[in-house]
Design a protein around this ligand. Sequence first.
Ligand code: PLP
Length: 363
Amino acid sequence: MAIKLFIPGPTIVSEDILKELSLPMISHRSKQASEIQKRISDNMQKVLFTENRILLSTSSGSGLMEGAIRSCTAKRAAVFSIGAFGDKWFKMAKTNGVPADKFSSVMGEPTTPEMVDQALSTGKYDLVTVTHNETSSGIQNPVEEIAEVMKKYPDVVWCVDAVSSAAGSKIETDKLGIDVLITSTQKALALPPGMAICAMSRKAYDRTAEVEHRGLYFDLRTIWDFIDKKNYQYTSTPCLSIMYALDKQLQHIVNEEGVENRFARHQQMAEFTRAWANEYFRVYPNPKYLSRTLTVIDSHPKGSDQMISIPELNKALAERGMQIGNGYGDLKDKTFRIAHMGELTMDHMKEVTSAIVDILKLK
Ligand SMILES: *Cc1c(COP(=O)(O)O)cnc(C)c1O
């Protein structure tokens, strides 16, 4: 029996979708391949509320994060970090020789619009990166407020890491004015890992012309141009099996479940999990900015100065066919993480939380 995953990726993949992975190969230069890719683009635009160009990459989300900061920074990047994944984006800039500065928030706190305004008012930067949903601390950044600041700086390209929130938390890409929004398949999209997806604006595309060394495989301009030239095909051989699955899953999300229903389901699971966590433990980050796709919880049960052991808890949960996430990076033992994303339901959340209460004999 498959283990029920409550970790923030990979997430449970439905039986229907798993079947797509065993379908026969086709030529990635066929008309059929173009049709699949076109349908993926059209449906992805609906999920991300955008008319921007959809680019796919056979890599995990990190590939397009690296590609975005490298392809679209002509002058200097301002990287806003609220945890492990923001730090990683900064490292990507540095290791690619992209000039960048990092603006960090205290762990458990968001990036504020004031921080962004202050950095951009120096005139030093032509690209900004923001983490939409920081999977290490459990924060969802106030992108609506940050968007208001970004509007004051129309020449700056705005990149957003929505790897662990897109398709689970509503992001109105065009209304916010996000130029490059990045996600990957194995989180709220509930697919196996293997592809990264981004929505890229014309403004970001135009910027790439000013950047000399964009690399090749993750060069967003090369990918964009090839889609035009070859009618929705890719420069290299894409992971066709994941594309079949992505195509099918997007049809499920858009035509069967409905995007608004999907967001509402995630919201309901988030509210339930937070309330449970605050009854027996404490939700870790600033309560004003909570993630809708996972809850990060302090490892001390209420009224105790002893942390629970997450490996021990997971051992006991495994006997019941479940797994939760330990803390990430600096928060490894101090917190644990329960994801509520993808195809999980309220029944799943009730099952895992009551199992934890039972195992730990919480009162
Ligand atoms: C998982 C994750 C990533 C990395 O994505 P991969 O697909 O594993 O490369 C980046 N950012 C955030 C916020 C994530 O949760």
